[in-house]
Design a protein around this ligand. Structure first.
Ligand code: AMP
Length: 250
């Protein structure tokens, strides 16, 4: 697996590739969820590029950004294991030469659910994904259903801006107890980790979004929202400082 830290080196490498390119953008601290995206990409493409970039513009909470796990050494080993052929670790200066004066803003769905609780979050996500796609020029890009609102917004952006890359959804990978795998799970205490699968169980079993919200609050979560949209139930809730999200089909 080749590793690229500078934009120029990565762009030269990209120009040299023939055949199909799959792309998996991440913020690192890799787990089996990312693994599934990488495996699918390597099964479907000649090359699989993994990017790791903790994107500052999508963090509305500075302490969440500061505490985001960074595990590059382990990540490169896992990347090889999951079938990545190249790892690109862009830096903020090169990705934001304009200092974020230019950005992608969506004015409807991005303001609901997580967007209602994390102002500017999806502007940051959409802006960085557009930049990454412009640079990596993949045939296929892989995104997880765990971040379902993000996946829909990226699909819609790709269509709105006539992007060439196909946006391919990958089902949520869960721990045996149902908890959606997430890099943020590393920050849970032992007790919080025991409680965390209750999000998935409650979303699946409650008769309504309101009932799910009440059950999660009673169990000790600080709930941002539980809402139903187009046959899916979405939730975001804190355990201590850690914000967990999940969604299920209903
Ligand atoms: P992140 O590193 O959290 O920004 O996630 C990078 C990509 O991996 C996004 O497309 C996520 O939706 C996806 N992803 C993260 N966790 C999971 C999971 N448990 N199952 C499936 N995809 C995931």
């Amino acid at each position: 697996m080749k590793i690229f830290k500078t934009l120029a080196e990565f762009q030269d490498f990209r120009k040299s590739l023939t055949g199909t390119v799959g792309f998996v953008p991440t913020m690192g601290a890799l787990h089996e969820g990312h693994g599934e995206l990488l495996r699918k990409s390597s099964a479907e493409n000649n090359h699989t590029i993994l990017s790791i970039f903790v994107n500052p513009t999508q963090f509305n909470d500075p302490s969440d950004l500061a505490k985001y796990p960074r595990t590059l050494e382990t990540d490169s080993q896992l990347a090889i294991h999951y079938g990545a052929t190249a790892l690109w670790t862009p830096n903020e200066k090169e990705l934001y030469p304009d200092g974020y004066r230019f950005r992608v803003t969506e004015n409807d769905f991005s303001l609901k659910l997580c967007g209602a609780h994390r102002p500017g979050h999806f502007d940051g996500v959409l802006s960085v994904v557009l930049k990454l796609l412009q640079i990596a020029r993949p045939h296929n890009s892989y995104f997880g259903e765990k971040d379902y609102q993000q996946l829909l917004l990226i699909q819609q952006m790709a269509s709105a801006f006539f992007l060439d890359s196909k946006i391919i959804p990958v089902p949520t990978v869960r721990a045996a107890d149902g908890l959606a795998l997430s890099s943020r799970n590393q920050r849970l205490t032992v007790q919080q980790r025991e409680l965390a699968p209750k999000i998935y169980q409650t979303l699946t079993n409650a008769k309504s979004a309101l009932e799910a919200q009440e059950q999660l609050t009673a169990a000790g979560f600080r709930v941002d929202y539980v809402e139903d949209h187009f046959n899916r139930r979405f939730a975001a809730a804190f355990l201590g400082e850690v914000r967990l999200i999940d969604n299920v089909q209903i």
